[in-house]
Ligand binder design. Sequence first.
Ligand SMILES: [Zn+2]
Length: 322
Amino acid sequence: MAERSEARGAFVWPPAQGRAGAPPAGRSVPSGGPGGGPRAEVRLAPPRPKGGALARWWRQIEATWLGVTRGTIEARAAALGWEADALSAFCPRCGRTSAPFEAGDGGCPACRSKRLPFDRLVRLGAYDEPLSGWVREVKFSRSHHAGVRVGELLGRQIGLAAAALGDGAPARFVLVPVPTPWRRRVARGIDHPAVLARAASHALNREGVPARVWRPLARAYRPMQTRSGGPARAGNVRGSMWVRRGGPLRRWLRRNDALSELRALPADELGSTVFVVIDDVTTTGATLREACRTLRRALKAGGIPIARLWAGVVAVTGERGG
Ligand SMILES: [Zn+2]
């Protein structure tokens, strides 16, 4: 077998068995946290023989052509010294990057006079590397691992934002993923907001904060948001979501669903429940706005008084609209 050339970027086909996922030369992934022990290269496990021959072939192509590094998100975060934003680094209302003491509970100069569909926004960071790369990995490489890890980080961040409220901290969270159109879910092979929401809810529960996922929303297929320009997005997404209405079987299967649980809660506990609409990225906020509007409708239809509504996103891009 040909020796893998050490020259950076050299193309060797087929990739050496067991090294398909290894980081390219010059981008070794150190083990341990920052300053923790000697920097040793993590030996990434050979690609698991999961899926059919086609799936294995595709992963080899990805590794060879796209240089997709498959170290864990934790290892890569540690290697890059990346951490989620401190809560003081962004406006608690709109999620824009803000200077220290520039933004308070009332918002930042950019959003203070604006009406927003949510009470606050929790984010992991701005849409920059490495976060933007992880988001793309979840969405376009169908990386369940990345989705779970990033979702857990988002859950932890939501937990921190809650803890920072002290006595006003929510008693429980209901995480509502922004719906993905059925057609796109099939094409991509992953419902990324749902993966993020589930992982976030697990992370919150592990930290003793009751949380669960509720998916009352559905969405029609429309052209991708990234292909529509800023002002076009709001129009493109308007009216694209609705509240799921199942038939008798679905209603029976879901008789113990979140809605029933919520209805059973005493009024004061319901009042301290925070609903969080979960998405990967927000740019103009058009998708979040539509999801929040539809969620309020779902709650109203379900006889649940409108409680506190937050947005939880992995990254905020383009510091433009709310
Ligand atoms: Zn703001």
